[in-house]
Design a protein around this ligand. Structure first.
Ligand SMILES: NC(=O)c1ccc[n+]([C@@H]2O[C@H](COP(=O)([O-])OP(=O)(O)OC[C@H]3O[C@@H](n4cnc5c(N)ncnc54)[C@H](O)[C@@H]3O)[C@@H](O)[C@H]2O)c1
Ligand SMILES: O=C(O)C(=O)C[C@]1(C(=O)O)C=C[C@@H](O)C=C1
Length: 313
């Protein structure tokens, strides 16, 4: 058996992503010990019942003490407060990272509270589902998925490489880019699709009651896929949109222009415009599936969770 990459891992926040990291790190023998802290006592107790860690603390400061790797796994709007709480208790030389879906605002919120003696390397695994809480942890969540790191140009290359090795050991493919670039790319590939799903399900539920019941009755196909995405955690996604405002508004502007083109094509009976776009988008889907990035394929996305998500984790 090889030595673990990190002696002690501390996870602050133990919902869907924190629990998945704990399960995958434990299975791979990637860390020696796992310390867990989270805001809600009920969630901490549930994490302990599930055996996600070795030691559990109500106070994040106690969890991070002596940790070689600290990963903050909370909604992005809470990351600044967490950094403030743990900053004075971090071990010199520790790597501090996060999993937030937005990067520029998280760096701005966390960096001022972290001592210069630690390596702050923000991260974002591009994997997840609509479920939340510690019961939604999935040991294979990161298998063959991307994890993006956004180290500052001044970051220690050895620390960056070590964090990359951690994510590879969890099954992920890793790439580094700037926080700004990350936020622009994710605005179109993840944030806008969620906004569209929330919007279409909201529009359908606002229809007059007669049509609404038909929508629910016949939602076996396309609409049903949107309802899965629109069931995603409200706190997490509120924070994403409030914290990636500029990039989302930029992509939303382009989206609205393209939608206006399609609206005109339908009104004018312009079949060529519709056919050309649909041909192009079909090719894009086929190329994504061909390179193994079909996000709808893994079983975990369709898992029938029998336990309801916790309302406030
Ligand atoms: N769900 C996804 O698909 C997904 C994928 C990749 C990254 N992310 C990012 O990962 C992070 C966590 O998301 P999740 O899906 O695990 O959410 P979750 O709701 O399942 O878990 C959030 C955890 O954070 C804790 N928490 C909330 N506020 C806190 C605070 N102030 N201090 C300490 N703990 C606090 C909660 O107790 C809970 O344990 C978010 O930043 C999200 O953007 C989510
Ligand atoms: O498949 C889903 O349910 C997801 O929403 C996962 C997804 C995504 O948009 O791809 C959501 C947000 C994260 O930041 C990363 C992954």
């Amino acid at each position: 058996m090889t030595d673990p990459l990190f002696g002690k891992l501390a996870l602050v926040g133990i919902g869907h992503i924190g629990a998945s990291i704990a399960l995958a790190a434990r299975r791979g023998g990637v860390v020696g010990e796992i310390a867990i802290s989270t805001r809600s006592p009920a969630t901490l107790a549930r994490a302990e019942e599930l055996g996600l860690g070795d030691v559990y603390f109500a106070d994040a400061a106690d969890a991070v003490r002596g940790a070689d790797l600290v990963i903050v796994c909370v909604p992005v709007g809470a990351s600044g407060d967490v950094a403030k709480a743990i900053g004075p208790h971090l071990k010199a030389g520790a790597i501090v990272s996060d999993v937030g879906s937005v990067k520029v605002s998280v760096v701005k919120a966390m960096a001022p509270h972290l001592p210069s003696a630690v390596h702050f390397i923000p991260g974002h695994p591009l994997a997840g589902t609509e479920h939340s809480g510690p019961d939604a942890g999935l040991v294979d969540l990161f298998q063959n998925r991307w994890c993006v790191l956004t180290p500052a140009e001044t970051a220690d290359p050895a620390a960056v490489e070590k964090l990359m090795a951690f994510w590879r050991a969890l099954g992920a493919n890793v790439e580094a880019m700037s926080a700004e670039h990350h936020d622009l790319v994710l605005a179109i590939t993840s944030h806008l699709p969620h906004l569209i799903a929330y919007n279409i399900v909201g529009t359908a539920s606002d229809l007059e009651s007669g049509i609404r019941s038909e929508v629910l009755k016949f939602s076996a196909s396309g609409f049903r896929d949107f309802t899965r995405i629109a069931a995603s955690d409200p706190t997490m996604w509120r924070d994403v949109f409030l914290n990636n405002k500029e990039a989302v508004l930029e992509m939303l502007g382009r989206f609205n222009e393209d939608l206006a083109t399609l609206t005109r094509a339908i009104r004018n009976g312009d079949g060529d415009t519709l056919f050309d776009l649909f041909t192009r988008t079909r090719a894009i889907r086929r190329s994504i599936v061909a390179i193994g990035q079909d996000t709808s394929a893994p079983d975990f996305g369709r898992r029938d969770h029998t336990k309801p998500d916790q309302a406030k984790t």
